[in-house]
Design a protein around this ligand. Structure first.
Ligand code: SAH
Length: 355
């Protein structure tokens, strides 16, 4: 039979359809129960086998015993006063010799749910355990990269996140550089879209912007919004702020962003973390304007969220607004994104690998 099981799956999310079918049939269930099961978990978000009542009770009992839904384990969770909820999830090594890794996933509910009861939360997911890019201002790169996440580990973050409250958007802006784990990420995003029903326009992937990779991806018209972390109009400063991209010309990144827009019809958002006294001067704003003028794009300004051991500061009060106004007066679309979850260390750049 083509459906021979490769091995006993460690979790429901880790098992592909064929493996899951074989597992179920070997335990007296029917092949179609595999689909029923995935639907219940992914589409409806049922996380307890006992509640999947369209499966026979005997099978449910066996599944509860033998096949955990998740391969990860929730090791910590934290809620900030603004309702932002951070999950710390530990995933086992792929072999017994590997160490487990932990990543963070953040559920950010709407600020005024009373005003818009249909509006769900934003989920911020991680693509890697640790990060090899090592931007000196970001906590995620402090320990380097432990390993890439597997597709099912990314899906697990979505399933756990949605269990905290309905989602209306998601951003791949947690730990890691998504384009360095793109194969697993895109498999996961397919599942999230096709089986969980979270559509492409509601999904943003943020990257430091590898031009060659972006040029390869754009013709495939991937169904997500693209955000590129730019952070400065000055080449020498970018080489320092985004060390893994040192030597990649800013113009080349912007040209790849232009190509992206042409090929996908979707505008790129440039992210710019405002570091006090570092890249938040009027001169920076004017030079950024020079770089971006005439391009179809928008700018998200993120006032820096401090991490105690890192030598960077929040911009002075009023500086973000001045920076934004300079861009807007020059004809750009620019928005200040005040991060939420600050006091729970759940804000941009505060997520880190815990080993
Ligand atoms: N690695 C990807 C995904 C991270 S997205 C990327 O760099 O695009 C998170 C965004 O928050 C990035 O633009 C990142 O540069 C920014 N960021 C990192 N540390 C930050 C901090 N301490 N305060 C505010 N923004 C930060």
């Amino acid at each position: 039979m083509a459906d021979a099981p490769s091995s006993v799956p460690r979790s429901l999310l880790e098992a592909d359809q064929a493996t899951l079918r074989a597992f179920i049939v070997a335990r007296g269930g029917k092949a179609f129960h595999a689909k029923v099961l995935r639907r219940a978990v992914l589409e409806r978000g049922v996380l307890d086998y006992e509640h999947i009542t369209d499966l026979p009770a005997g099978l449910r009992a066996i599944l509860s015993e033998e096949l955990p839904i998740f391969s990860g384990r929730l090791v910590d969770e934290l809620t900030a006063t603004d309702g932002t909820h951070k999950l710390l999830i530990e995933f086992p090594g792929r072999t017994d010799r590997d160490k487990p890794v932990s990543v963070e996933t953040v559920h950010i509910p709407p600020i005024r749910p009373d005003r818009d009861p249909n509006k769900g939360a934003t989920l911020c997911v991680s693509s890697q355990a640790g990060c090899p890019v090592a931007c000196p201002f970001c906590a995620s790169g402090l320990l380097g990269l432990a390993r890439n996440l597997q597709a099912h580990e990314i899906v697990e973050q979505y399933v756990r996140g949605r269990a905290l409250g309905p989602l209306s958007r998601s951003v791949v802006m947690g730990i890691g550089e998504p384009l360095l784990n793109y194969t697993q990420l895109s498999t996961a995003l397919d599942t999230v879209r096709d089986e969980m029903g979270l559509g492409g326009r509601k999904l943003t992937v943020s990257t430091v912007g590898f031009p060659d990779r972006l040029r390869k991806l754009a013709p495939q018209r991937p169904r997500f919004q693209l955000a590129i972390s730019l952070h400065t109009p000055d080449q020498a400063q970018r080489d320092r702020l985004v060390p893994a991209m040192a030597g990649v010309p800013i113009e080349d990144i912007l040209a790849a962003g232009d190509d992206w827009f042409e090929q996908t019809g979707r505008e790129v958002t440039y992210e710019y973390v405002l570091l006090g006294g570092e890249n938040d001067s009027e001169g920076h704003a004017l030079r950024l304007l020079d770089r971006l003028r005439g391009r179809r794009c928008s700018v998200n300004l993120i006032p820096y969220n401090p991490t105690p051991e890192l030598p960077f500061y929040r911009p002075e009060s009023g500086a973000p607004e001045y920076f934004r106004d300079t861009l807007v007066e020059g004809g750009l679309t620019a928005t200040i994104r005040w991060s939420r979850g600050l006091e729970g260390s759940a804000a941009c750049g505060q997520l880190r690998l815990v080993r």
